[in-house]
Structures are given as structure tokens and as C-alpha cells.
Design a binder for this molecule. Structure first.
Ligand code: FE2
Ligand code: FE2
Length: 450
């Protein structure tokens, strides 16, 4: 192990903490930059580079594990994991200026650009961040542009799969595998870009974008549950193909602008059985795929369809796909209605006791997509309008809100705080957030209120 590796990691942790808490010019920040820079130049006196890796809760310096960390180090490791950094490499000759720029950029939890890009822009060349398992990604493999290319290719391939199934052929597993592999890559490396893409509404080829969106949204959920590797891909396959049975649904039913008649709905329901048949006959399709196709409209309490199938516990993948499926369907523009706003969808899905979804997974999904972050302007069920000032630790649907406008739209002289998680004497919630409000429509800068 490099001499004083322990000390070095501690200085790095202290430097990051200082940069998170104080402005760059603050003496504490400046002092910890100097301390880290001198520790680095000592450590790099007889080595050309030094690698600090983070594996689980352990810190590894040049492949040697550091003694069990103190509580302060645990927080540091977790912070890096949140930023998806698995290793930091320092090269000899690293300057205090680079150390300073590095700590300041690292302290930004959610930058507009990936950290690697910001470091490059700040001319930090002797400090690199990356993953342990895979080498640092090529610059053109991450970012929104790369995600866009992957997404468009995936939608085109999904169309090919659809056409094969409709012609009565088996959907080519190789085509599906390519889609899933490319999605798995960005789900791992640049989830934010992918999620942003699935939110675009300009596409009109709903059928194929829906396949890809549900796959992406399901894989992102699965990844957030720590699934990876072959299982993550199986979830992707199942999600991508969940509606493939619709190749047999007549177009006049599929695209009908109004409510379906009872007969038409019976025809529509057939897609879950047809899908399971198609997928069971497709070689190399994971066994999970026909199960999810069969189950994805069943709901938690089996009140959906197919009806009367006896007792059954839904597969975890089905629960995840159901959430992604409904979310994407509500958000997309269809012939019969405009896509809904994200917050509206989330509150519809979260309606008390909605049997369609597993509530724990739904909460996690909402957290993943972000719900009412601090600073969001929201409308309550009471028609009052306010700004979210704090999130409830366990319940993203019930934040604390500073009420600024009363039910008539009159601005309050004395704004007050409402905890929407509090119940009244009868156990009901008197105040609930209904939706977020476009800040452009309100004469108010939410940041001035916080
Ligand atoms: Fe479906
Ligand atoms: Fe669907």
C-alpha cells in the first residue's frame, strides 16, 4: 500500500466535505485543498499514479484495502457511490489548482453535465474518475446525444420485431438482444439522459416508442433495486415484449379514439394471452417474458385481466413493468388525448389503495423520477398554492409546503407551513398535494421563499 494511504483518503474525504459545505474561497476549503495536494505529491513521489477505489463500503488504495473506516469515511464512500464513482486516479504532477477544481466539481451533487465533462472543461487532466469494472467510457458513448442515438436505433429495431411477429414469424432474439444491451449500457452509465429521452413527447409511432420506453423505465427501476447482469437483461426483454400480443389486435380496436365497447375490450384483452403464446414459441426468449406478457394487466389484487385465473402472486418483473407501462401510456400523446404532465400521472398512480401497483415499488419509482423536490410550486386539494420546503423522509407524496396563496388566489400576508402528512382527528389528510404548478404561471420565484 502507498505510504500514508489512510491519511490521504481522510484528507480527500475532508476536502470533499468542506467543498460541499462552504464556498470555494472559504479558508477551510483552501486549507484542505493544500493538505490534500501535499499528501498527493508525497504519495506520488515514487509512483506515476495512485488509484483509490470504492468497493461496497470498502476503500482500496492501489489494490490494498484500507482498515475499516470510521463513520465519517462511510458517509464519504456513500457520497461517491451516489455519484456513481468507483475509482479516482491521481497522476504524478497533479497541481493544487487541479485539486481545487476537482473538489469543487465533485462537490456538485447533480451537475448539468456529467462530472467527467466538467473536469475536462476545468482543465483537470491529472485526476480521472471512472468505474472499476469497465474502463472510462469513451466520450461519445455517454451524454444526451449518445443516448438519443441509442434510443432511435432501439425504436427502429422494435419496429422490426413488431413486423416479424405480425407476419407470424418469430421475433428475432438477436435484434431484441441488441436493443437490451444498448439500453443496459446507458441505464448503467447515464440513466438521467435515458430517462429524459423517454419523456420526449414528439414521437408519433407510439407502439414502438412504448416498447422501448417500458423497457428503459423497467430496467432503470430494476437497476435501482441493484439488479444487474443477465437478470437485468431478462427484465429488459420481458418489458420490451410485454405488448407483443397486440400484433393480433385489429387496428380499429388498437387505435380507437374513444372508449372501447364491451366486445372490443374483450378483443383487446386477448393480447396478454396472445403475447404469452408468441413469446413461449420464440427460442432464446427468457422464460420471464411470456409470464410478464400474461400478467401485466392483472393488478396486485388480480382484479385486472385475464379473469378467473385462480390464486397467484405476481412476478417482481411484472410489478415493475406494470408501473412503467401505465406511466408511459399516460404520458404519451394518443389519438384520443394529450399526454399528461408527469406530476399529474404520479398522483393518479398513487391514489390511495390503487390495486394496480405494488406501493413500495411505486414509491421507489416516484423517487427515481423525482416527485416534488424542494422548491416546487404545488397546488393542494384545498386549491391553495405554495412552495415545497421539505420532503417527508418516507413519503414523497406528502411534503411540507409553505402556503402562499389562498383558495381564491389571493396572496397571503402571512404565509404558513403545512405538513401534508398530518392527519386530522378523523384520521384523514386535510391537505394533499394535487399537482405541481408551472412557475411561469405564478408571480413568484420559489427560491426567494425558501
Ligand atoms: Fe398491455
Ligand atoms: Fe403496454
Amino acid at each position: 500500500m502507498a505510504p500514508h494511504a489512510d491519511e490521504l483518503v481522510r484528507r480527500l474525504a475532508a476536502g470533499l466535505r468542506a467543498a460541499e459545505l462552504y464556498a470555494p474561497q472559504h479558508p477551510l476549503v483552501q486549507r484542505s485543498i493544500q493538505a490534500l495536494a501535499s499528501a498527493l505529491s508525497a504519495a506520488l513521489a515514487d509512483a506515476s499514479s495512485l488509484v483509490i477505489g470504492f468497493i461496497g463500503d470498502d476503500v482500496v488504495v492501489n489494490d490494498a484495502r484500507l482498515g475499516k473506516g470510521s463513520a465519517s469515511l462511510t458517509g464519504f464512500v456513500r457520497g461517491l457511490r451516489d455519484r456513481e464513482i468507483e475509482k479516482i486516479t491521481f497522476h504524478r504532477g497533479v497541481t493544487p489548482t487541479e485539486v481545487q477544481a476537482f473538489l469543487i466539481e465533485l462537490a456538485v451533487k447533480k451537475g448539468t453535465q456529467p462530472l467527467a465533462d466538467r473536469l475536462a472543461a476545468a482543465d483537470v487532466r491529472r485526476i480521472a474518475i471512472g468505474r472499476l469494472s469497465i474502463e472510462e467510457a469513451e466520450p461519445d458513448q455517454v451524454g444526451i446525444e449518445a443516448a438519443k442515438r441509442v434510443y432511435h436505433t432501439a425504436v427502429e429495431s422494435a419496429e422490426a420485431l413488431w413486423d416479424q411477429a405480425r407476419a407470424g414469424e418469430q421475433p428475432d432474439p438477436e435484434t431484441a438482444r441488441k436493443i437490451i444491451d444498448s439500453l443496459a449500457n446507458i441505464v448503467n452509465q447515464d440513466r438521467t439522459s435515458l430517462m429524459a429521452l423517454t419523456a420526449l413527447k414528439k414521437y408519433d409511432n407510439y407502439t414502438f416508442t412504448h416498447m422501448v420506453n417500458v423497457a428503459a423505465l423497467s430496467m432503470a427501476q430494476a437497476r435501482a433495486l441493484n439488479l444487474d447482469g443477465p437478470l437485468l437483461r431478462e427484465f429488459g426483454f420481458a418489458a420490451l415484449m410485454h405488448d407483443i400480443g397486440k400484433v393480433h389486435t385489429p387496428l380499429e380496436v388498437l387505435n380507437k379514439p374513444g372508449k372501447l365497447t364491451t366486445d372490443e375490450f374483450t378483443v383487446m384483452k386477448q393480447h396478454v394471452v396472445d403475447g404469452a403464446h408468441i413469446l413461449r414459441r420464440t427460442p432464446e426468449m427468457p422464460a420471464l417474458a411470456p409470464i410478464v406478457a400474461f400478467e401485466h394487466h392483472l393488478k396486485q389484487d388480480l382484479s385486472g385481466y385475464p379473469e378467473n385465473i385462480g390464486h397467484r402472486k405476481l412476478n417482481l418483473c411484472t410489478m415493475i413493468v406494470s408501473i412503467a407501462d401505465v406511466f408511459d401510456a399516460l404520458r404519451s400523446n394518443r389519438p384520443y388525448r394529450e399526454g399528461l404532465a408527469t406530476t399529474r400521472i404520479k398522483s393518479i398512480m398513487a391514489e390511495q389503495g390503487n390495486p394496480a401497483f405494488n406501493q413500495i415499488l411505486l414509491r421507489r419509482f416516484v423517487n427515481l423520477m423525482g416527485l416534488f423536490p424542494i422548491g416546487t410550486i404545488v397546488r393542494l386539494n384545498t386549491e391553495e398554492v405554495g412552495v415545497v420546503t421539505a420532503e417527508h423522509p418516507d413519503d414523497p407524496f406528502r411534503p411540507q409546503v409553505k402556503i402562499l396563496y389562498d383558495a381564491t388566489g389571493e396572496q397571503l400576508d402571512a404565509p404558513y407551513l403545512a405538513n401534508t402528512w398530518e392527519r386530522d382527528s378523523r384520521g384523514a389528510f386535510p391537505k394533499a398535494v394535487v399537482e405541481s404548478v408551472d412557475p411561469d404561471g405564478v408571480e413568484l420565484d420559489p427560491l426567494t421563499v425558501l
